[in-house]
Write a protein that binds this ligand. Structure first.
Ligand SMILES: Nc1ncnc2c1ncn2[C@@H]1O[C@H](COP(=O)(O)OP(=O)(O)OP(=O)(O)O)[C@@H](O)[C@H]1O
Length: 226
């Protein structure tokens, strides 16, 4: 489903954030991308979702090589993904429901069908009763669950989240992790970049450990590092 092969990413500053990364993720997997700050986790997520392009090597998603993709084809590749990224802010001048309706506007559903789908997504994340609220009135954990509802409302095959539990207390982080687990259990491919290795034992994901721009093979991770 996702295949990185000898991927290098050098930013315009000259910094090489990924240095020869190769791995495959199959449909239906639950994968944690972990590693220290600055290791390259976010860069890896951005390459998978065609937000950044590799400097060399190939990134293949559902049979399409993103490195060779025309710009005009990128929105179609993105439809495979529900993204929960820190720079994708909620709209605080709209209601909770409006935030989830927004991604549906581009797929041309009738208002009735869109409303039904958006409410179903809010129900899944436990926020249906808050549909008329302004997101500013939600707790940090609820805001993150709203971001997840917005990410899944188009029923993506892949849910890709970058540090989804950053800034959350343990209880809220647990609720968010439970949601990812639930989406994985219904067949969604779930990929999380996270420092939060305490959830590894709980969710039992496959772990890709990123270190200095390289993915370590299982067992290569130095003991005691998180
Ligand atoms: N747009 C950019 N231009 C230049 N350098 C960048 C850019 N984005 C990231 N980097 C650098 O690439 C390296 C990897 O960054 P990345 O954000 O992928 O790491 P990370 O593992 O996600 O870190 P964190 O856990 O702190 O978010 C860092 O040294 C970072 O400063």
């Amino acid at each position: 489903m996702i295949s990185f092969s000898a991927v290098h990413k050098r930013y315009p500053t000259g910094y090489e954030a990924l240095r020869g990364v190769s791995f495959d993720i199959d449909a239906g997997e639950l994968v944690f991308i972990t590693g220290h700050s600055g290791a390259g986790k976010t860069t890896l997520c951005k390459l998978a979702a065609a937000i950044e392009r590799p400097t060399s090597g190939s990134v293949v998603v559902n049979g399409q090589n993103l490195a060779a993709l025309r710009k005009s084809a990128i929105p179609y590749v993105r439809r495979n993904f529900g993204l929960v990224f820190q720079d994708q802010k909620l709209l605080f001048d709209r209601t909770v429901l409006d935030n989830v309706l927004l991604p549906l506007a581009i797929v041309g559903l009738s208002p009735k069908e869109a409303g039904k789908r958006a409410r179903a997504a809010l129900d899944k994340v436990g926020l249906l009763e808050r549909e008329k609220a302004n997101p500013i009135a939600l707790s940090g954990g609820e805001q993150q669950r709203l971001a997840i509802a917005r990410a899944v409302v188009n029923r993506p095959a892949i849910l890709l989240a970058d540090e989804p539990t950053a800034n959350l207390d343990t209880d809220s982080a647990g609720e968010v992790m439970e949601l990812f687990k639930a989406f994985h259990q219904v067949g969604v491919t779930v990929i999380l970049a996270t420092h939060d290795t305490q959830w590894v034992r709980h969710l039992n994901p496959r772990v890709l450990w990123v270190e200095h721009g390289q993915v370590r093979a299982p067992g290569e991770r130095p003991e005691g590092q998180a």
